[in-house]
Design a protein around this ligand. Structure first.
Ligand SMILES: Nc1nc2c([nH]c(=O)n2[C@@H]2O[C@H](COP(=O)(O)OP(=O)(O)OP(=O)(O)O)[C@@H](O)[C@H]2O)c(=O)[nH]1
Length: 142
């Protein structure tokens, strides 16, 4: 990828933790941040020198205190804004799914978390890119 293109993209990873009943863990963004109060898949920005899987494992440890082996992450799909305002960076979110992890998810940053049926995600108030990610998760599970 050309340097210019890299500067215009902001890579973000997200993880669908799936429990034995097939429910998925969602967390609520803190009020005061962009998309505050909306429900999202846990995750965050990929840092320099990380693979997407390493970033996902780091973010899930930071946010929920769980251990994730990079090989336990299945690629589900991605979402990106179809049209960008001039000069804005394109957020590209890569969604992984995991059925196995170490520890019990506990909010580490004071955020609310809850388990939802995968088919129920579309009814949640979410940031825009989490809707196509939720649809990709429904399709991936079939
Ligand atoms: N999940 C999600 N994130 C989005 C969407 N659109 C969008 O710009 N983002 C941005 O993607 C980034 C996700 O990274 P993050 O979770 O580490 O960001 P953050 O604001 O919680 O943490 P920060 O304090 O490190 O910036 C945020 O800047 C978030 O605002 C979207 O539709 N869904």
């Amino acid at each position: 990828m050309a340097d210019g293109a890299a500067q215009m993209m902001l890579p973000v990873v997200a993880v669908a933790l799936l429990d034995e009943q097939g429910r998925v863990l969602m967390q609520q963004r803190p009020l005061g941040k962009q998309h505050g109060g909306l429900w999202e898949f846990p995750g965050g920005k990929v840092e320099a020198g990380e693979s997407p899987q390493q970033a996902a494992a780091r973010e899930l440890a930071e946010e929920l205190g769980v251990g994730l082996a990079p090989c336990a992450l299945d690629a589900v799909g991605f979402a990106a804004e179809p049209v960008l305002a001039k000069g804005r960076r394109s957020v590209v979110i890569l969604l992984f799914a995991a059925r196995h992890w170490q520890g019990t998810p506990q909010p580490q940053e004071g955020q609310n978390m809850a388990w939802y049926g995968v088919e129920d995600l579309a009814a949640l108030a979410m940031p825009p890119l989490d809707y196509p990610l939720a649809r990709a998760l429904v399709a991936w599970r079939r």
